[in-house]
Write a protein that binds this ligand. Structure first.
Ligand code: NAP
Length: 298
C-alpha cells in the first residue's frame, strides 16, 4: 500500500508569505499604503512571548508595519480596553491582535468585543463569526483559513466531499466547519459527546482533528485516501527517557501519525503542517483588512 503524501505546511506558508510581500509592495507603490499590525501581549507567558516575537519578525519581513505592545501582567481591564480603543482609531493600524490567554484577572470577552470588526485579524469577534456563518465578507480565524488552503491545494474542488471536523471551539472547529460548508462539503462537527467517534471519522473524505487530545485519531479511524489535517498540539515528555528526565519535550498532534500515514491520501505532520500557516494567514488577514479599510478591493 502506498503511503500518504505529507503536506508541507512550512513550504506552503513560505510561498504564501512571499505572495503577501509582493502584494504589500504593490499596495505601497500604487496607493502609498503600508498594512500595519498591532499585537498586544499582557504578562510574561513564555510561549506567548516566543509567538509574539515571531509574529513581529514575519510582519516586518512581509514589508508591513509591526507594532508590539508588551504590557505588565498587572495591567487593568480598563487600561487594556483603552489601548484597544486607541488602536481602533489609529489609521495606520489595520490589524489588531490581543494575544490569548490573558492573565486570569482579565476577562477576554469584552476585550475581544472591543476590537473593531474590520481590524479583527484573528476573526474572533461575534461580528466576524456572524459574517462567516452568513457567507458575508469578513475576517476569518487564521488557523482554519490556513487549513482550508492546504485542503484545497491537495484536493482542488471540494464540492460534495464529506468533511468531519473534530472540535467545536469558536477559534477553530466552528469556523473550520463553516469554511468547508461554504466550499460545498457535507460537514459533520464532532465533539467530546459524539457517539462512536471512530465511525464518524471513517466517513470523512476530509478529516480535521482539532481536539487537543494527543494521538487520539488512530489509523483505523481514517477512510482510505482521506485528507487528514492535524491541528492539535500537545507537548509530551521526549521519547528518550534520559532526555525526558532532563525536561526535554516533543510536540504531538491529535493523529497517530505513523498509523495514519499508511491509510490517508494526504496528511499534515506535527510540527510543520498546520502550525506555520497560522501566522501566514494572520499576515494575509492584515493585508485584506488594509485593503478594505482603504477602500481598495482585490
Ligand atoms: P478547545 O477550545 O479546547 O476545543 C477542543 C474541542 O475538542 C472541544 O470542542 C471539545 O469538545 C473537543 N474534544 C475534546 N476532547 C475530545 C474527545 N475526546 N473527542 C472528541 N472531541 C473532543 O481547543 P482549540 O482552541 O479548538 O484547539 C484545539 C487544538 O488545536 C489544541 O491542541 C490547540 O493547541 C490546537 N491549535 C493549534 C493551532 C495551530 O496553529 N496549529 C491553532 C489553534 C489551536 P467539547 O466542546 O464537547 O468540550
Amino acid at each position: 500500500m502506498t503511503q500518504a503524501q505529507i503536506i508541507d505546511g512550512k513550504a506552503f506558508a513560505a510561498g504564501l508569505r512571499a505572495r503577501i510581500a509582493e502584494d504589500v509592495a504593490k499596495l505601497k507603490a500604487l496607493h502609498r499604503i503600508q498594512p500595519g499590525l498591532a499585537v498586544v501581549l499582557v504578562g510574561e507567558d513564555p510561549a506567548s512571548q516566543i509567538y509574539v516575537k515571531s509574529k513581529g519578525e514575519q510582519t516586518e519581513a512581509a514589508g508591513m508595519r509591526s507594532q508590539t505592545f508588551i504590557l505588565p501582567s498587572t495591567t487593568s481591564q480598563t487600561d487594556l480596553l483603552h489601548l484597544v480603543s486607541k488602536l481602533n482609531n489609529d489609521p495606520d493600524t489595520h490589524g489588531i491582535l490581543v494575544q490569548l490567554p490573558l492573565p486570569a484577572h482579565l476577562d477576554p470577552a469584552p476585550i475581544i468585543a472591543a476590537i473593531h470588526p474590520d481590524k479583527d485579524v484573528d476573526g474572533l469577534t461575534v461580528t466576524n463569526a456572524g459574517r462567516l456563518a452568513s457567507g458575508l465578507p469578513g475576517l476569518v480565524s487564521c488557523t482554519p483559513a490556513g487549513c482550508l488552503m492546504l485542503i484545497k491545494d491537495a484536493l482542488g474542488d471540494l464540492t460534495g466531499k464529506t468533511a468531519v471536523v473534530v472540535g467545536r471551539s469558536n477559534l477553530m472547529g466552528k469556523p473550520m466547519a463553516q469554511l468547508l460548508l461554504q466550499a460545498d462539503c457535507t460537514v459533520t462537527i464532532a465533539h467530546s459527546r459524539t457517539r462512536d467517534l471512530p465511525a464518524v471519522c471513517r466517513q470523512a473524505d476530509i478529516l480535521v482533528a482539532a481536539a487537543g487530545r494527543a494521538e487520539m485519531v488512530r489509523g483505523d479511524w481514517i477512510k482510505p485516501g482521506a485528507v487528514v489535517i492535524d491541528v492539535g498540539i500537545t507537548r509530551l515528555p521526549a521519547r528518550d527517557p534520559e532526555k525526558a528526565a532532563a525536561g526535554k519535550t516533543r510536540i504531538v498532534g491529535d493523529v497517530a501519525f505513523d498509523e495514519a500515514l499508511q491509510v490517508a491520501g494526504w496528511i499534515t505532520p506535527v510540527p510543520g503542517g498546520v502550525g506555520p500557516m497560522t501566522i501566514a494567514c494572520l499576515l494575509n488577514n492584515t493585508l485584506i483588512a488594509a485593503r478594505r479599510l482603504s477602500g481598495i478591493e482585490g
